[in-house]
Design a protein around this ligand. Structure first.
Ligand code: ZN
Ligand code: ZN
Length: 214
């Protein structure tokens, strides 16, 4: 199936109007006769990102206030939000590739959007937490990428990577800090970079990044 048709069908299935209205207009973009496509794409990404972040907070706020961490169990409905993120990311990727081939956008546009602009819907700690919450990527049997143990508790970093609590503690001495889990994480966040990708201040999602495996 052509992507434009696939996208149109999947969008129709989304129940939240805001998602339907703000998904990348892939089909009309294909025929678009305009200059400054780079900034058009970037502007659209900003809008999509704002919607993603808003609904991400709404998806997680209820559970957060109860548990102060992300449980590996179904959330209200994070799957639609994941779908919204995924469809848009794919549409952006495809349109960037197409326009790049035609020489209409800079060759590194997609890379810049994905890796330097911090758009959460394209790949981030927020996205990983959502995947855990929707069980679409359960970490239940996954090993910590650092110590290779299967942990009971782990923490997702802002870049989307994660590690177990005991690795975090040996890197940062987080358990020595007083305060709530959220405070502890925000304090030690400045002491480390992500061991996988060197992201700075990687624990800035605080307690929202903490997940427990029961
Ligand atoms: Zn570990
Ligand atoms: Zn990372």
């Amino acid at each position: 199936m052509k992507f434009a048709k696939y996208l149109a069908e999947r969008i129709q299935d989304l129940s939240i109007e805001e998602y339907r209205e703000h998904t990348v207009p892939y089909k009309s973009w294909k025929k678009l006769n305009a200059s400054q496509l780079d900034s058009l794409v970037e502007r659209t990404c900003s809008q999509i990102d704002a919607i993603f972040r808003k609904h991400w907070r709404m998806n997680l706020s209820k559970r957060e206030s109860m548990l102060c961490c992300t449980r590996v169990s179904p959330a209200p409905d994070p799957r639609e939000l994941l779908e919204f993120a995924d469809l848009n990311k794919t549409a952006i990727y495809k349109i960037c590739k197409k326009w790049r081939k035609q020489g209409r956008v800079s060759p590194e546009l997609y890379h810049t959007l994905r890796n330097h602009r911090n758009f959460a819907f394209m790949g981030s700690g927020e996205l990983t937490i959502l995947k855990i919450a929707s069980n679409s990527s359960s970490l239940e049997s996954e090993e910590c990428p650092i110590c290779l143990e299967v942990p009971e508790r782990g923490v997702v970093m802002a870049c989307g990577h994660w590690m177990c609590w005991s690795c975090l503690d040996s890197l940062t001495r987080v358990d020595k800090i007083n305060g709530t889990i959220n405070n502890k994480l925000l304090v030690v966040s400045w002491r480390i970079k992500c061991p996988m990708c060197r992201e700075c201040n990687p624990l800035r999602l605080g307690a929202r990044g903490v997940f427990e495996i029961s």
